[in-house]
Design a protein around this ligand. Structure first.
Ligand SMILES: Cc1cc2nc3c(=O)[nH]c(=O)nc-3n(C[C@H](O)[C@H](O)[C@H](O)COP(=O)(O)OP(=O)(O)OC[C@H]3O[C@@H](n4cnc5c(N)ncnc54)[C@H](O)[C@@H]3O)c2cc1C
Length: 465
């Protein structure tokens, strides 16, 4: 059956949108490149529920909530689930939106009058010296291996960076019986006096969430894991692979042996499809990321193309669920399946809950800003790891008159590798902006052309079938 709405992403934002749309009588197709529903946060929930009970316990009670969300969606008969399917192209036309899909080595196209982008977040790429050495990974990647395959690092792992995921992952490792060797935290230990107002405002409605974060830190402390705060410089050192980690805090450089360094510096919206669809984007200066510009209902600057969840701006899983429901009711009203009045009335409670979450996010954004240790990479640090382009090369071409990331791509090949600029895009824009004395909004971002995910010529040729 031809779908009325295609939802891309089976995380909380996508699942909540699809369920609410289906309940209103909309035919929904939900697409995800992963083999299971759940997105980043509830990754592989159904598989884990069916098999590894201990893994589910190690991942904690928040993770367990995902299963209820997915099971509610599974009960709706008018949701067509397409797993292992990546969206590699998007084009907005007058008669609707066309997507290029890839499944089982075969490319195909599909169109619908409305598409909801619920593509979530990705970890902020962290260029620092030695980050491309084998043995250096992101915490998100390690957590994915943990959730997907039950893989757990050895006891001496060093965790570095900042943000709630750092503390959550350390706790998940403790649950699984692994004790990280060291935590190198780029955030300060205490909330600074100038953020106390934000903390008070967040605490008004979010005490349990704040206690949870505090409890994670206390457990790390009780487990006797060395935890260094306020780190302002990080290096992964070694010949051929990481052998030690060097960091600076309080004016002193320390070096510790390490065979695995896991790094995390917060998350940023995954905007590759909204960029490819030529939607307007705005630069969020505090957290240093691009987000699609949306109207109050979540529609992008392209008619019929909507965005929800962390892909539309980082707010977390609970907000993604609430926003997914609110957007879906508005869309169902637009399709004539419920009245605008009903849509507004039934969304009031979700709107209220959403409003309570905003101060918590503001506080987290203040407390865990992108770390200075990664923001200004040294000249010798590789920025584009696919094409091995160093920060110095980007700074040099800016001095020669390069005006923006697209020219930088032609001059240096940064952004031309297999990740298509997903890893280096923001850093190249930031480096150019700093060097040119402009804002990142002025400098802009790579323009993106299909395919936004790697597709072979053979797979493309299958379009003719
Ligand atoms: C690595 C990582 C780990 C995280 N771990 C946690 C955690 O443990 N706890 C927590 O509370 N929060 C965690 N977060 C934050 C959390 O992911 C978000 O707050 C929440 O998942 C947002 O939900 P969402 O629906 O917007 O997107 P997501 O849950 O991220 O779901 C997006 C989905 O879109 C799919 N997708 C994206 N692009 C395409 C495409 N082109 N084609 C097909 N499918 C596509 C992805 O495969 C994914 O399943 C993590 C974030 C990251 C990046």
């Amino acid at each position: 059956m031809k779908p009325d709405v295609i939802v891309i992403g089976t995380g909380p934002g996508g699942i909540a949108s699809a369920t609410t749309l289906a309940q209103a009588g909309v035919n929904v197709r939900i697409v995800d490149e992963q083999p299971y529903a759940g997105g980043q946060v509830y990754r592989a929930s159904e598989k884990i529920a069916a098999s590894r009970t201990s893994l589910r316990e190690w991942l904690g009670s928040d993770y367990a909530q995902g299963l209820d969300l997915i099971q509610a969606a599974r009960r709706e008969g008018n949701i067509d689930w397409c797993f292992d399917t990546s969206v590699w192209d998007i084009s907005c036309r007058e008669d609707g939106i066309q997507l290029g899909l890839l499944k089982d080595e075969k490319a195909s196209t599909i169109d619908a009058p409305h598409v909801v982008l619920a593509t979530g977040a990705m970890e902020r790429p962290t260029p620092f010296s030695g980050w491309t050495l084998p043995g250096v990974m992101s915490i998100g990647a390690a957590q994915t291996l943990f959730k997907d395959a039950g893989l757990i690092p050895d006891d001496d792992v060093v965790l570095a960076g900042s943000g709630p995921l750092l503390y959550l992952f350390a706790n998940q490792l403790l649950n699984a019986g692994t004790r990280p060797g060291l935590i190198v935290d780029t955030a300060p230990k205490w909330v600074s006096a100038r953020h106390l107002l934000q903390l008070a405002s967040a605490a008004r409605h979010n005490l349990p969430a704040l206690y949870k974060g505090l409890a994670w830190r206390q457990r790390i402390n009780r487990a006797g894991i060395p935890h260094v705060y306020g780190v302002c410089e990080l290096h992964a050192c070694g010949a051929g692979r990481v052998e030690s980690v060097k960091y600076r805090n309080g004016g002193r450089i320390q070096e510790v042996p390490a065979s695995l360094l896991l790094v995390h510096d917060g998350v940023i919206p995954n905007t590759h499809l909204s960029v490819a669809a030529n939607c307007h984007h705005i630069w969020q200066a505090r957290q240093r990321y691009w987000q699609p510009q949306l109207d109050v209902h979540g529609q992008t600057s392209q008619p019929g193309l909507w965005a929800v969840g962390d892909g539309a701006g980082i707010l977390g899983a609970e907000a993604a669920t609430l926003k997914g429901r609110i957007l879906a009711r508005h869309l169902a009203a637009k399709l004539g399946l419920i009245s605008p009045n009903e849509s507004q009335k039934t969304s009031q409670n979700d709107q209220r809950m959403l409003a309570k979450l905003i101060p918590l996010r503001r506080f987290l954004d203040q407390q865990f800003p992108p770390a200075a240790a990664f923001r200004e990479p040294g000249n010798d640090t590789v920025v584009c790891r696919c094409e091995a382009v160093k920060a110095q090369e980007i700074r040099q071409i800016a001095k020669l008159g390069c005006v923006g990331p697209n020219q930088a791509r032609s001059f240096t090949r940064a952004g031309m590798g297999p990740c298509m600029g997903r890893q280096c895009g923001n850093n190249v824009s930031q480096l150019l902006a700093d060097e040119l004395g402009k804002s990142v909004q002025e400098v802009g971002y790579y323009s993106t052309r299909p395919p936004i995910k790697p597709v072979t010529l053979g797979q493309l040729a299958s379009l003719a079938d």
